[in-house]
Design a protein. Structure first.
Length: 180
């Protein structure tokens, strides 16, 4: 367990060091910064946690050789997607300030986006499989509110998708694998 915790701690530190070395701007105002976050922060940095975690489970005998790569890929994908969904929100919160001279219509639009996102969340997590309904909200948030709107909206839609997926998984019949 200690090795897994160490790998999960070292991975974001590696990502940070890689991003710092490339001159990453936390404003994500350049294509170069977005690509660095994707390829260095998420894809490359999270290799450490996936490899350490899966390797530790394998060496402890909790993972068979044939299950190593499927476990590794799920671990890496989950960590990388976590970086891509959560990091922009944290970067937005880091520099969040109320907009100056925002018109009341702009505030109303922001509140409408929040309400629509909440409504889609209720719809998506209900019994109706409509996960795709979140995409127009993401587009709206990105075009009208840029990163400050798109990052929290993407996080919310991701949370709704995870909840819906977990709910569907819990409702699916249990399958058993025959011994090989």
């Amino acid at each position: 367990m200690l090795a897994i915790a160490a790998g999960n701690t070292v991975a974001p530190v590696c990502s940070y060091l890689l991003l710092r070395r490339t001159g990453f701007h936390t404003d994500l105002d350049r294509l170069r910064d977005a690509l660095a976050l994707i390829f260095l922060g998420a894809f490359t940095g999270m290799l450490v946690s996936a490899t350490t975690g899966s390797g530790t489970l394998f060496l402890a005998g909790a993972l068979s050789p044939r299950d190593f790569w499927p476990t590794w890929s799920v671990w890496w994908t989950g960590d990388a997607m976590g970086v891509l969904v959560v990091t922009p929100v944290l970067l937005v919160l880091r520099s969040a300030r109320p907009p100056r001279h925002a018109r009341p219509a702009r505030w109303a639009e922001a509140l409408l986006l929040v309400a629509a996102t909440a409504a889609v969340g209720l719809l998506v997590t209900s019994h109706v499989p409509l996960l795709f309904v979140g995409f127009p909200l993401l587009i709206w948030a990105a075009f009208r509110f840029q990163l400050a709107g798109a990052a929290p909206c993407a996080l919310a839609v991701s949370i709704f998708a995870v909840i819906a997926g977990a709910r569907d998984q819990a409702r699916s019949p249990v399958t058993t694998c025959s011994p090989r």
